[in-house]
Design a protein around this ligand. Structure first.
Ligand SMILES: O=P(O)(O)OP(=O)(O)OP(=O)(O)OC[C@H]1O[C@@H](n2cnc3c(O)ncnc32)[C@H](O)[C@@H]1O
Ligand SMILES: [Mg+2]
Length: 203
């Protein structure tokens, strides 16, 4: 069986350049008294996400940061899967927002609605895979998922990315219409984090 490691007290690098993810992960880590520093603050380069799975891409990001800093690093690779689109955009969720002028999430959400037009299957799911990596190359993964439905037009200005078109199961509001605390109750990243905390954080 693969080795399972716990994090020793000390600094942890958050290997993400996404401000929304950094806010959520910092809030989740805060009660655990872990000193976090982000890849963005350290000016670390963004590695190319050449993998074809969330597992591969989260490991690429976490390992790049751990090797560059000599510290353990936590990365998230995530995306939204639209049932009517056979699970797209999935691993390519961020790519759907790329335009010559930078990321455009309004355009990405409009593309979901356009491509799924004509289907009455509104099921969608957000997935997050966290990778915790050490400088010696060891990696541990944690998975989280939030099932729900997509809506269009977008609603709400909270959260980030595709939040304004995603309504989690058991609610009628989009993540964009929720407070950060409300989104944290059901979202994919918080669920993956709970598994990470249970296994890898020393209390
Ligand atoms: O790779 P890093 O630097 O962490 O940041 P990123 O934004 O590029 O992140 P990913 O490569 O993992 O791509 C994930 C995409 O899925 C979107 N996404 C992930 N979690 C989300 C959430 O909780 N709410 C809304 N959109 C989300 C996000 O906006 C990206 O477009
Ligand atoms: Mg990315």
């Amino acid at each position: 069986m693969a080795e399972t490691r716990r994090l020793a007290p000390g600094r942890l690098v958050l290997a993400s350049h996404n401000a929304g993810k950094l806010r959520e992960l910092s809030a989740l880590l805060a009660p655990h008294g872990i000193e976090v520093v982000s890849a963005a603050e350290l000016d670390l380069p963004e590695p190319e996400e050449t993998g074809t799975t969330f597992e591969e891409n989260s490991a690429i990001k976490a390992l790049a940061a751990a090797e560059a800093t000599g510290l353990p690093a936590l990365a998230d690779d995530s995306g939204v899967m639209i049932a009517a689109l056979g699970g797209a955009p999935g691993v390519y969720t961020a790519d759907w927002a790329i335009t010559p002028a930078g990321r455009d999430y309004a355009a990405a959400m409009a593309r979901v609605a356009e491509e799924a037009e004509g289907s009455d299957d509104r099921r969608a799911a957000f997935v997050s895979v966290l990778a915790l990596a050490w400088p010696d190359g060891h990696v541990q993964h944690y998975h989280g998922r939030s099932d729900g439905n997509w809506v269009y037009p977008p609603r709400g200005t909270g959260g980030f990315g595709y939040d304004p078109i995603f309504v989690p199961e058991g609610d009628t509001r989009t993540y964009g219409e929720m407070t950060p605390e409300e989104k944290a109750r059901t979202n994919h990243r918080a669920r993956a984090f709970a598994r990470f905390a249970q296994e890898a954080l020393k209390e």
